[in-house]
Design a protein around this ligand. Sequence first.
Ligand SMILES: [Zn+2]
Length: 232
Amino acid sequence: MNYDWKQLGRGVWRTRLPFLDVTVGLVAGTERCLLVDSGTTLAEARGIAADVSALTPHRVGHIVLTHNHFDHILGASWFRGAEIWCAPEVVTSLSAGRDELRADAIRHGADPGDVDRALAAIAVPDRQICYGDIDLGGRTVSVRHPGRGHTSHDLIVVVPGDPAVVFCGDLVEESGDPVIDADSDLAAWPATLQEVLAAGGDDGVFVPGHGAVVGAEFVRRQQRRLAAHRGS
Ligand SMILES: [Zn+2]
């Protein structure tokens, strides 16, 4: 295995990539599997693809890109033939916003050659599917936009089960404070986290965009901190 995958339930895994501690999620059905985010580089994506082949016999049929930050989306072009689920803002970044993606990646320490190779390989998704249910064979996961927060267009992936697993993107971060920048909506973020909490329930397993898997209490604490930050 190239990366260390933690199993969160039947056919559900996540790994933390060494570069920026970015989460990649994997959900396998009986016919195909789904990735949540794709890392930054084609080398990372190649490693992920090899690991997926070791974990499940099924091909990656779908990739959900949680939001338009480079560290979650640039590896996606490795997975030719996978259906990309993302918000229109992600499509815009992958087409008109490439210079900005490149600058942001290099500013965060990515290798310029790696970034250029990933950008050159991008196939811009030709249709934009944001929300809905995805049938993986024998199980259905749901892709939702719980509201504005880290960005205007964050998506979460909800995997029903006992407990439910919720891939939160950067609406929740564990290894550092949530990143608040010009694209964030701090006023809306706490209410958005209420939707995230409802999706997983009290016993839910919540997978941050960066960091270790957490429970509902951690998400509630982050919600209170963001609300306090909003008021300061
Ligand atoms: Zn982000």
